[in-house]
Design a protein around this ligand. Sequence first.
Ligand code: SF4
Length: 308
Amino acid sequence: MNYFYGPVPSRRLGFSLGVDLIPKKVCSFDCLYCQLVKTTKKIITRFTYVDEVGFKKELKEIIKKNPKIDYITLSGSGEPTLHKNLDRIILAIKKITKTRFPVCVITNSSLLYRKNVRSELRQADLIIPSLDAATRKTFNRINRPHKSLSFKKIIDGLVSLRKEFKGEIWLEVMLVGGINDSLEEAEKFKKIIQKIKPNKIQLNLPVRPSETKISLPCPKRIKTIEKIITGSRKVALSFCRKQRKTSLDTKGEILKYLTRRPAGLSDLVNSLGMNSQQAVKFLKDLLKQRVIKQYIYKRKKYFVIKND
Ligand code: SF4
């Protein structure tokens, strides 16, 4: 099992070494905009997915090869807090790396209502929870949660996390056209966010392909929502275009990336810091070998692993 991917340049985190603890696709949500496949196992019961011995061995090897890391980020192919005893994983990372790199957890916020989950997360340096809805109706429509999760539980969890967690919290809101981009919803978001008190708010757009067809809010509406929701707070809406030459210029890194999510040429070039000519060559080879396939989504060409 490969638990790690990258480090990849991330628009939010610099060079981020991704940690994938959960098999595809185990999640407590089945979001409309999910860029992975549809959730096949929608659960809220936590299990131990990681073989800690293998995990530690892989991390030690990566650390030896990649000294340039800004964050070690737990996210991946499902909801990371579904891994039982997440604090053991975070502490193992800190021990092996001698706390050289801050640890970030990206979560859909679904299990934050549980005290033990919040307490395990205290070991992280940064938490990026998401909140895509300001009403119960929108929550059910956009996140399609496990039946025992309620909108109230999500908000209560986020408010409690803020009270207990001493590190940074960057709240992420995915804006989906026609679903959570009304001005009424934005006003409600504002009130909820005032209770959560994140250090930063990040508005995101579902620019990558998902199984369900969704639209983007119009640019004028995004600006208005940004103003209503964030007031004077910091907002991150930009996309990283930074490139670098690294030893990642291999077919293997492309395959590893595409196993997790579909990507266009520019996504691969930007995320893996690859030379674009070399990426084109690798993609052509992989298409020829029928390992990947291509398709067009919103006038952009995407590549994905061929499963059939
Ligand atoms: S929480 Fe994340 S992984 Fe789960 S369905 Fe939503 S977008 Fe996909």
